[in-house]
Design a protein around this ligand. Structure first.
Ligand code: SF4
Length: 368
């Protein structure tokens, strides 16, 4: 299970808190090539770790915006990782995802998408966020709603059968009607997977600055909850499985890579800003600097492990075994929350019911 972080974007979205550099300001093609060299060297030096993590056979290229990379540079990194993992000929990972921006897909067209397929990529995750052009402009996205539609058309034409679209709700200027329109447009494109997040104000983002200078005030809880409920209803009516608080899929199309994060499977993160989980309790991360970066680590305490395990498992529809939750949170605590109905028990498993997903963070806090 391998993650590669591509820390480059062509422009910045106002809400973004991820580590990324502006491609034009950090040295363009030269910087990208140096990044690829550094990632290949890191992959080689962590070969044993990579080999012990491929019980989950996934490769995820995220960012940043991986679709700003020339195919030759992406190919250099992918081929090095394939080689290390012993993938021969056409053999690829069970799930091999790349994150893309609609604008890059439209500009690159079928030749670019065919290039991605040749690298063995079998799943595309595209940041659509909204089908409202006013909202997209406000967010600082560099694509329009028609670019997103066109991109989906091209992705299908190129033969990709596993597509995930990202959406954002809970924006002050987003009315329920606009949100419903975005969801209807999304459903008409029939993606296999949908991730839908509520807008949050990330420290250091442009939005954070806008909040502190009074240029933006956050949507209230009632709007966020209404829009979350609209999302759950519409996607469930359309046959999607709500398998994690922010994630929905057609049956059998749950994200294998992300599901493994939620199980706390070990993974190797390559590239500046990438995190790794080594064994059960070593968290390692690379510094956020290009082209060269260094790594640091920490050993998680029993308390860290307890919090992560409860938090990650209870955000999923699979939940956690009753025996484990009682061990981690205490019998009386679990019993009280069961009586209140904020968690439910089916068989030997405890989970948060879907109609309480919106308040899952506070339910988990109370349990902990
Ligand atoms: S949201 Fe994605 S595309 Fe936008 S700035 Fe952040 S990493 Fe780049």
């Amino acid at each position: 299970m391998i993650y590669v972080h591509v820390p480059f974007c062509k422009s910045f979205c106002i809400y973004c808190g991820f580590y990324s550099e502006s491609l034009s300001r950090c040295g363009g093609v030269k910087a990208v090539e140096q990044w690829a060299e550094a990632v290949c060297a890191e992959a080689l030096s962590r070969k044993d770790e990579i080999l012990s993590s491929i019980g989950t056979d996934t490769l995820y290229i995220g960012g940043g915006t991986p679709s700003v990379l020339p195919l030759s540079v992406l190919g250099q990194v992918v081929n090095r990782i394939r080689e290390i993992c012993g993938k021969k000929g056409e053999e690829t990972f069970e799930e091999f995802t790349v994150e893309v921006n609609p604008d890059d897909i439209v500009k690159g067209g079928l030749p670019y998408l065919e290039g991605l397929r040749k690298l063995g990529i079998n799943r595309i995750s595209m940041g659509v966020q909204s089908f409202d052009d006013g909202i997209l402009r406000w967010m600082g996205r560099r694509h329009s709603s028609s670019d997103a539609e066109k991109a989906v058309e091209l992705i299908r034409e190129a033969g990709f059968t596993n597509l995930s679209l990202d959406l954002i709700s809970g924006i002050k200027g987003l009315s329920d009607e606009m949100w419903e329109d975005t969801l209807e447009k999304t459903l008409s494109l029939s993606p296999e997977h949908i991730s839908a997040y509520q807008l949050s104000v990330e420290e250091g983002s442009v939005l954070d600055e806008m909040v502190s200078t009074g240029k933006y005030s956050e949507a209230d809880d009632a709007q966020c909850e209404r829009q979350y409920r609209i999302l759950c209803r519409k996607l469930s009516d359309a046959g999607y499985v709500h398998y994690e608080v922010s994630n929905f899929s057609k049956p059998g199309k749950e994200a294998i890579h992300n599901s493994a994060y939620w199980r706390r499977a070990p993974y190797v993160g390559l590239g500046p800003g990438a995190h790794s989980l080594v064994g059960e309790r070593e968290r390692r991360w690379n510094s956020e600097t290009v082209p060269s970066y260094s790594s640091s680590n920490e050993i998680l305490s029993d308390e860290d492990l307890r919090v992560e395990r409860v938090m990650l498992s209870l955000r999923t529809a699979k939940g956690i075994s009753e025996e484990e939750l009682v061990r981690l949170c205490g019998r009386n605590n679990v019993r009280r929350m069961l009586n209140e109905g904020s968690i439910i028990s089916s068989g030997s498993v405890i989970r948060i019911p879907e109609d309480h997903f919106f308040t899952s963070d506070s339910i988990i806090r109370e349990l902990l």
